[in-house]
Design a binder for this molecule. Structure first.
Ligand code: LIP
Length: 293
């Protein structure tokens, strides 16, 4: 199997370019976060943000004007700065790539938290080269905490005060002592299936955290504030950046072979190399390795 560098080189990229993709994603994510904060303040100063939202796959799957505006800003910036790159965005952006690089954009991951004013929502920008996740950035919009990574170059967290540190996942080995992040879908059928799995898992782990952003959940695995993460039915834009950040922190991240357009509830999970074998057995015993419709 060709290495990532070989793949990057095949499309005329160098190892250095992978870091440039990371840095571009980090800068653009910070700009988008600033836009989101400003727009949220403007809206909530005169009324309820729910009046500026619609729904997508179900009555509890929202999209706000700010999601759309943020994606338009990110797409416009990429089209101007990197016109040959492709773009796939949660809110509809779909631009083919001529350079071999494609950007996977979630303008607000954790939209329900954004609507309710819960401070756990993020901008997620991931870069794919030849179908491989190679770089990405995730910023917690409220806290200003920026996570970024480039394949082969580690993962870093930079705080609002400018301090930064390398990310290393925790190395817990026992699932019974592990704090597990997860999330739930937007349809009754999938939530019922997810509840059954949770009922099996909960007695066998330390505890569960459902925070509401897959992108930030993978960053929590990378920084060691949770030991593992699993979820069915997340979309590639939720996790494209978090996959690189978690992997570069030393975690294993398992994703579907391909995210098809149909909404199949495939499993994404992440854990440290030390925990992964036992956690995978636990997921399998709870029936979590199967797709949930
Ligand atoms: C969210 C995911 C989260 C999942 C939510 C939702 P969105 O993405 O990041 O993990 O549990 O149901 O799908 O919709 O806020 O971009």
């Amino acid at each position: 199997m060709r290495t990532i560098l070989q793949k990057c080189t095949m499309v005329g990229m160098t190892e250095f370019d992978v870091c440039k993709l990371r840095d571009y994603a980090a800068d653009l994510a910070q700009q988008a976060a600033s836009l989101i904060s400003t727009k949220r303040s403007e809206i909530t100063a005169t009324g309820d943000i729910r009046a500026h939202s619609q729904t997508k796959t179900s009555a509890v799957d929202p999209v706000t004007e700010v999601d759309t505006a943020a994606e338009e800003f990110v797409v416009g910036s990429i089209r101007k700065d990197r016109p040959d790159d492709g773009i796939i965005g949660e809110e509809g952006a779909n631009v083919p790539s001529r350079s071999g690089v494609s950007w996977i954009v979630d303008p607000i991951d954790g939209t329900v938290n954004f609507m309710y004013g819960l401070g756990e929502y993020a901008v997620s920008l991931g870069a794919m080269v030849d179908g491989q996740y190679v770089a990405g950035a995730v910023i917690n919009v409220v806290k200003g905490t920026l996570y970024s990574a480039a394949v082969g170059h580690g993962a870093t967290v930079t705080y609002r005060d400018g301090t930064s540190t390398q990310l290393r996942c925790r190395q817990e080995t026992d699932p019974r002592l592990s704090l597990i992040a997860t999330g739930f879908g937007y349809t009754e059928t999938r939530r019922a299936g997810q509840a059954k799995i949770l009922q099996e898992l909960l007695p066998q782990v330390r505890d569960i955290r459902r925070i509401g952003s897959a992108a930030l959940d993978l960053c929590r695995v990378a920084e060691g504030t949770v030991d593992a993460y699993y979820e069915h039915g997340v979309k590639v834009w939720d996790v494209a950046a978090g996959i690189v950040i978690a992997r570069e922190s030393g975690a294993q991240v398992h994703v579907p072979h391909s995210w098809t357009s149909d909404d199949r509830g495939a499993l994404v999970w992440a854990a440290s190399a030390e925990l992964a074998p036992a956690f995978e057995r636990l997921l399998a015993s709870a029936g979590a390795k199967e797709v949930i419709d």
